[in-house]
Ligand binder design. Sequence first.
Ligand code: LLP
Length: 427
Amino acid sequence: MPSLTAPDRSLVRDNIASVSVRELAERFGTPLFVYDESPILQRIADLQAFDAIRFAQKACSNLAIMDTVRRHGCLVDAVSTGEIHRALAAGYQTVGNPPPIVYTADIFDRESLDLVVEREIHVNCGSPDMITMLGQRAPGREITLRINPGFGHGHSQKTNTGGDHSKHGIWHEDLPECLKQAKQFDLRVTGLHVHIGSGTDLKHLSQVCQAMERFARLAGEHLVALSAGGGLPIPYRSEESFIDLDAYYQLWDATRNRLAEELGRPLRLEVEPGRYLVAESGYLIAEIRAVKRMGDNTFYLVDAGFNNLARPVMYGAYHPMSICSVGDDSADAREAREVVVGGPLCESGDIFTQREGGYVCTQPLPEANIGDLLIVENAGAYGFVMGSNYNSKPLAAEVLVRDGWPHLIRARQNCHELFAGECIPTT
Ligand code: LLP
């Protein structure tokens, strides 16, 4: 696996994967999500040492993206009925070895329980109640248990999925009881899964291996698969770097080998990335519609807001940004200045440059004119998928660039679709 460093960032960008940003905006409109397919393929290649890469589709679940990862060998994780239907629509089979689709959750709602029972979808149970519900409906099944190891870590407290403040997984001390419970229903625990958080680091990810060894010794009877979960970070800031994937794999491989020897059977090693596969491929293009001063601050207001990209308002997340001039001059020749970048929503928090806690900050960007384009980068993971219709804003369009050609992969929502399904009572 290659040792990767963060790319140098420019504050000016006139193309995405060799396609002109200006042409993309003219042809498809703004706000627009554009995905470059090639980094996705590169990231899949980086993880080839693992026996299975299971794409956490919640990061970017457009069917065209799912089709790409499927054709390049990835399995898929689904966390809802909708995500199971997406996986099926993208060409995944329901049943196989290893299971093509795994439903991972902490509850079954009524629909998802019906669906996994009817279609025989493999389930990764995140609560004792899930074991009971599945056991009552489908005894004899193989299942995976998602364990909360008692610790976790994420880029934000909101993305930390371990420890006693987290709702996720089966509490590690309850594992022996859950194994008994599974046995009562004749459910065979063939997999163990630990995911401690999103955007974590090697130090925390490595601790998961030791925990997994303890769990596997308790749950080894029918065990055939270990999942390291997701959480692999990507560098958003130029001073950040990728984690040492080789070191990460070696730790897991050593753990898996020790356990396989003890159990006397091979163990499949899965990894479940979302962000790592798709974050860098995605760009959000918006048009600058106002440039105004508020005391000492200069604001660029664009036509995309937290209805399109919620990460800054939710986590104070930083995204690199750049400008594409639509005038005759290149933005390269313009001076950079510190600016606040905000969206169109009627809410003060609709700011792309903010720190956790809602504190507005600035980023350097070239001087810009109305009509210039702002590009929010590394927006492929948890971008479009966390979009909403707040302020009755239609969902953005999505475009995939493959081999230098842009393909529309989701049409922009129109205003009629916004209130389709609503009705005014007649009495
Ligand atoms: N597996 C499970 C069970 C998960 O809950 C998640 C993410 C993943 C895998 C994929 O994690 P990743 O490799 O992407 O870190 N909206 C937040 C991230 C929430 C992650 C939720 N679960 C953000 O924008 O940073």
